[in-house]
Design a protein around this ligand. Sequence first.
Ligand code: PMV
Length: 338
Amino acid sequence: MALGITASAPGKLLLFGEHAVVYGSPCIVSAVNQRLFVTVTLNGENVFHLSAPDLGLTAYSKNIDTLGGKGLPTGVRFIEVLYKRFLATHPQIRGIDVVTKSDFSSSFGFGSSSAATVAFAKALFTAYNIPVDKRRLFEICYQTVLEVQGVGSGFDVASAIWGGTLYYVSPGKVIEPLVTGNLPLVVGYTGVKADTPTLVRQVAEHRRRQPKIIQGLFSQITTIATRAREALLVGDFKTVGFLMNENQLLLNELGVSSAKLDLLNKKAVEAGAWGAKLSGAGGGDCMIAVSPMYKNDPRQSKTERRKIEKEIDCYGELMKVDLGAEGVRLEEDAKNNN
Ligand code: PMV
């Protein structure tokens, strides 16, 4: 019996540049240490089987000649479309069994779809013994996300592949690793799931009606992301926090924040955060706050962090995550079998 190949990819949080990144501005994204796992096993039949309980699906099967098409269940779409694209360039007789498992709920806005797409692609190429580098993975995963979702800058796909904290320009024009390791951020969940494609379309409509105003906001967001890149490179988190507050003001003007996001940002800053903003499309999902970092006084840094965490936990849901996590990887069993 064939052995399964398991790959995992991290979720992500956007630090700077949301929405503007769709129109060519840079953004900064960091991978979170919550992962999505996908196991691919060659099954010897010309059938595609999928079990994705965390994506709301337990048993799904299809002949590999009939993949794709309209009306696919949501949990399946990304994986099935990617498999179809893969088979178009690497035809196969033997199909696969796919099982997915997630560390995190798809409601948080950590990017479960892109993490699932990337982890699946890595496990798929490995199972069929076809070499694949990061760029090729990016290409096939981003094309898949565009086909399924219609919109998106691809920052989430890049983050799931490269991990760490990246400076990104769409569509993969610049993918620059900035810093390795964790960042001093506190993450709060609003309890509300954001609808990213709808918000992206709303901003597009806004831009169509008021091009000058929206373009003006985007160019200010570009300046902020550029300055944030420099601040992150030298570990100047006070400036990172200041720039987050500035970025949030522009997101408010863009009309994508919400009362709950604004409340959590305000509470974090009142509790001593160096800055706070929403993360992602807006309307819900998560916010992030920079916790003060005293290089010579780690105890003081910890005390300050606790104050912010307590406040976030009181008004929203505190998410205990680390940032700068590793990108897509094969899990131990897969490495040993290859
Ligand atoms: O909602 P999220 O975390 O998937 O972030 C969306 C970010 C946007 O810039 C609004 C869209 C995109 O694809 O870049």
